[in-house]
Each structure stands twice: as C-alpha cells, then as structure tokens.
Design a binder for this molecule. Sequence first.
Ligand SMILES: C[S@@+](CC[C@H](N)C(=O)[O-])C[C@H]1O[C@@H](n2cnc3c(N)ncnc32)[C@H](O)[C@@H]1O
Length: 400
Amino acid sequence: MSSRSSLLPLLYSADIVPTSLPHHTHLIDTYFSSDDLPHPSLDSPIPTLPSDIEHSRTIVLQATQELNDLLQGPRGIRKFPTQHTHLATNLEVAETPLKQILRMGIAHRVFSEPRPGILTHSAASRLIREDEDIRARVGAGVEKLWLAAGRIVDALERWKGRGNTEETGFALAHGEPFYNVPANDSARTARFAKAMSSFTAGLVCALVHLVKGFAWEKLESGGTIVDVGGSTGDAAFALARQYRDRKFKFAVQDLSEVVAGVDADRLAEAKELGVEFQAHDFFEIQPVQGADVYVFRWILHNLPDAYCVRMLRALEPALKKDARVLVMEMVLSPLGALPNDVERKVRAMDLTMLETGNARERELEEWQKLVASSDERFVWRGMRQPEGSRLAVLEWVWDG
Ligand SMILES: C[S@@+](CC[C@H](N)C(=O)[O-])C[C@H]1O[C@@H](n2cnc3c(N)ncnc32)[C@H](O)[C@@H]1O
C-alpha cells in the first residue's frame, strides 16, 4: 500500500476488491434509485439486499475501513501494547488466550502475523514500543482509564454526579482520585506527564497553536509568563524557543511530584531558556505576583465548575491590572455540527473528564459564564481557534 502514490488507487484493494470502489458505490446507488427505495440513511435500517448488491456493500465497507486506517496511520491506531515472539513461553501464559488477544490486536493493525504463529511488529506496535510518550499514553489508557470508564455508572449511582472530584469512576476503579498521586508513585506521575506530552506530537494538539494563538510579540521583552499546571514544561519550552530573543521569564507550576520528576536534561535546557519549575498547588494563592500572562492549558476541563472558580480566585491576589489570563481548551460545538469522526473523539474526551474528575468539556458561553462567575473583573477579550487545532485560545484581561 505504501508504494502507491495517490489516494485514488487506495480505493482499489488488490487483495479483496477486484474492481473499483466507485463502481460498487454506483451499483448500490443505482439499485436504490431504480427500485425507488429510500436511500441509505441513519434513520432506517438497510433492507435485505439482493446478493450482488450485498456483495458490493461488503466491498465498500471493507475498502472504506481500510482507507480510514491507512489515512489514520499507525499513530491513529495504537491499541494493544505487548511484546514480541515466544510470548507464551516468556509470559508463562497458555498460548490460546494469548493468540486470541493478539489476533484481536492484529485485526486493528497492531502487530502482524506473517505466518501462523510468527508474530512481528506492525508500524503501530513498533510505535508503541519505540516512542515512550505514546507508550505512556497507551499504558495509562489501558491500565487506568479503561477501568475508570467501566465504573462511571457505578459512580453515578452511588454519588449522583454531585460534581466532586473524589466521587468518580476513576476513584472507584483505583481507590483514589485521579490527581491524588501517592508521593511514592513517581513512575505513575512520570507516565502521565509523558502521556500528556504525546498529545503535542499530533497536529490537533500541537503547541504551535499556542505559539501562534496569541500576540506574544506584543509583550514587553523580559515579561513574565506563568504556565499553571504546566506539567514538565512542553508549552513553556515551545514559547521560550520561539521567542528566545525576547528574554521572557517563564514559571512552570505543577504538583510537587510532577516537578520532582523533571529530568536533568530538561532542567539544564530550562535554565538556558529562562524557564523555572515551581511546585505549586493551583488551589493555593498564586505565588508569582504581577506576571504579564497566566496560561491554563487543558486544566479547567479536568475540574468541575466550583473547583475552577476556587482556582481562579486563588489567582486573583497575584494579578496586576491588564494581566492576561489565557485558557487553552476545547470549545464544544453544538451536537452534530462536527464531522462524526471528530464528534466521537470530542465526546470521548468529554467522558474521560467525567470518569476522572466529574468534569466536562464546555461550550463557549459556558466558558464565559464560568470565568465571569468567579469574578467579573475578568473581562472577556475573545477567542482564537487556530486552524487545525482542537483547542482554542480564550483570553481574559484582569480589570482589578
Ligand atoms: C491535563 S494536564 C495538562 C498539562 C499541560 N498544561 C498540557 O497542556 O499538556 C493537567 C495538569 O494539571 C496538573 N495538576 C493537577 N492538579 C493540580 C493542582 N492541584 N495544582 C497544580 N497542578 C495540578 C497535573 O499534574 C497535570 O500536569
């Protein structure tokens, strides 16, 4: 497949489709039109079809799924993390269940089995093995979030969705709230930070959208930017590298366990770029007084409204007049306005927020109301939705 040079030939799968996809869609179309049947829609079931039309339908379904997988590429697929050949012996697990699990992965293009019983990497499984950020994201997803998702309903039955971050599917599945990492579990903290970094590798969450989504060049040279909940500093590093000549000072704040996990190479680069890491709980009074910009990237969607308000109020004592508050978040579109594949991803993230924090994604008006409800001296300035970005940059100015 990879040697093919344009998309059109992808619509012919030599293995399964003897003729072209347009040919089969045309046959289906003609059948529905000539028999005056209602055309396929999501409102009514597909009627029983004559066998030749059913054959065409199968071919179209197979080819479009293959096309979809191809265009997603290995990064869009990653699902089943495991190891290499001789697995059954190494893991001391019976071969049959292992085969069942692996073959499910192979059906999703994770691993491949060129000959019966011989397991090799596919591009997607190799990516999981070789890219530690992706591996962290898959690991956190499979070991933590999948189990949490399975307990959402139990949590709602038990606590009625009252909006407390301790009463979640995650808490039921793992016996502790999502962000309450035990101090001795540095591996889990490091894995989550890497998982967050993995998002920035894809275009929809790339940091270029933060770099270009605000007029940083208008800040005075030497100005101060605080990234609240900034993890291991990816956003600050991206800005600092881009605006090296402006000599901005950056404070990256996160929980003490996260800051303690920043490695020596990063610390050295941070020093050179003017980035300082600070352990700071964002529900406590903001320690950096008078900064020019306070950035909250992907922070508020983790929190129910009352917690966001508490966090924003803890910021207030530090704010100078005209300080900017940037919130980089998804702005929900009305249901059905997005292409369905994007809508599914957006709603999946929304449910992840529910299962981990009784939180949610928000529409523009909800963002505006939320910040205004914490203090009306946060004055709304507007929003930028960078092209290709899943996250928007929402801006308020402090009029205190
Ligand atoms: C969804 S991640 C976003 C990280 C980063 N801003 C980004 O855009 O990738 C949320 C971050 O908030 C941090 N966090 C959670 N609770 C916090 C608290 N009470 N005080 C400070 N940081 C916190 C987490 O450790 C994590 O790094």
